[in-house]
Design a protein around this ligand. Structure first.
Ligand code: NAD
Length: 367
């Protein structure tokens, strides 16, 4: 056994032992900006966890995170590798810009830590391939920040549809339309508009919506085509390389089609804005994100709510992550889910860039 493998096994055993002895899980937070601050609050609310360290390259954010979590007396680092090197830290949260996720998550997994990694798990097929390889070989928990997977009403609605409540799913129409671009001087303005860092709108934002489509169809797409571009925000901000809009068609096993559009210029008062996932079955359609109501195709039948609204806890995904660490429950969004969501977005992005049909197999990643 090589040294790296041996130290990984020792660290993973320590992480799992800490989980079983009832000690609070020592947790390190890498990236405490907009999303990382919210995750930090979520971790602080978990009785089984303590914040052992916070990390960010921006001093103001680091100070704020250290103050927020002062009750746990965390160490504060500028260099994320200090967290990876800490043997007493068993779990790591990663909320840095997307292009850094795979490198950081791989290092944490190799050090035997449980990992909660924000979406997307990678911005290129190469990054996703590497993280899949390492996460699958790891004995620790990996959870992608696809937190819709922990919403109870959505989960129930997907379960009912997958069990045949609307007949076979034959078509999905989904969209993510925003009324404006992300603020150029906002929290993520220094990376979001650079496609090499964010992956683009489809990969960085719509990955949530695409994950829902995969979940309800019960498969990943086989191929995609589409077009996208910058129709309104041309070179704004200067040097912008991400698209502001796009339109894609995906094909799934059995010929199921999914049509997806995105833009950041949907006027607030124009109808049909925002986000939705309409799932069409042989017996009717469901508005998955908007109340889970089933609309029968038969004109004599009235719409019915398929899955009732439930009380949803904001940090349910984080609770589920720690339940996986401590109680051995399944990860709420394991590497297969996280990688499939990212690759679905990468597939659509590639189709827009190339202007041709791109196949899943062209991405060269075994899931
Ligand atoms: N799941 C969700 O609903 C959700 C919502 C928002 C953002 N996100 C994801 O969270 C991630 C962060 O997004 P954000 O909006 O918080 O961006 P942000 O820019 O506000 O935060 C990123 C933080 O990472 C820090 N950082 C950059 N390089 C670092 C390094 N080498 N070491 C340590 N820290 C470093 C930055 O200084 C910044 O504070 C993105 O991947 C985004 O897609 C997820």
């Amino acid at each position: 056994m090589n040294i790296e493998r041996r130290s990984f096994l020792i660290a993973a055993a320590a992480a799992n032992a800490a989980a079983q002895t009832g000690e609070r899980i020592a947790t390190g937070m890498i990236g405490v900006g907009n999303r990382g601050s919210s995750l930090l609050n979520g971790v602080l609310q978990q009785p089984g966890a303590k914040v052992a360290a916070v990390c960010d390259i921006k001093p103001d954010r680091l100070d704020k995170a250290a103050t927020t979590s002062a009750k746990d007396k965390p160490d504060a680092y500028k260099d994320w590798r200090r967290i990876i090197d800490r043997k007493d830290i068993n779990a790591v949260f990663i909320a840095t810009p997307p292009h850094m996720h795979s490198e950081m998550a791989i290092a944490a997994l190799r050090a035997g830590k449980h990992v909660y990694c924000e979406k997307p798990v990678g911005v290129t097929a190469d990054q996703v391939r590497e993280i899949v390889k390492v996460a699958k070989a790891s004995k620790t928990v990996f959870t992608a920040g696809q937190q819709l997977r922990s919403q109870k009403q959505l989960g129930e609605c997907v379960r009912l549809i997958r069990n045949g409540a609307i007949g076979n799913v034959i078509w999905v129409k989904a969209q993510r339309h925003a009324t404006s671009d992300l603020p150029h001087d906002g929290s993520s303005g220094d990376w979001y508009f650079d496609v090499t860092k964010s992956g683009g709108y489809l990969i960085e934002q719509s990955v949530h919506n695409l994950d829902l489509c995969n979940w309800v169809i019960g498969a990943h797409p086989i191929r995609a085509c589409g077009f996208g571009g910058n129709m309104m925000h041309k070179n704004d901000p200067p040097g912008r390389t991400i698209f502001d809009s796009g339109s894609m068609t995906y094909e799934y096993p059995g010929g199921v089609k999914m049509s997806f559009t995105q833009n950041v210029f949907h006027p607030r008062t124009l109808p049909l804005g925002g986000q939705y996932v309409h799932v069409y079955g042989e017996n009717g359609a469901v508005d998955l994100m908007g109340g889970a109501t089933f609309h029968p195709i038969n004109r004599d039948e009235k719409p019915v709510v398929l899955a009732e609204k439930q009380e949803e806890y904001e940090h349910a995904h984080i609770t589920a992550f720690f339940a996986a660490v401590v109680k051995g429950e399944p990860s709420p969004a394991n590497i297969t889910i996280g990688a499939t969501a990212a690759l679905t977005a990468i597939l659509g992005h590639e189709a827009m860039i190339r202007g041709t049909v791109v196949s899943w197999s062209d991405l060269g990643v075994e899931i």
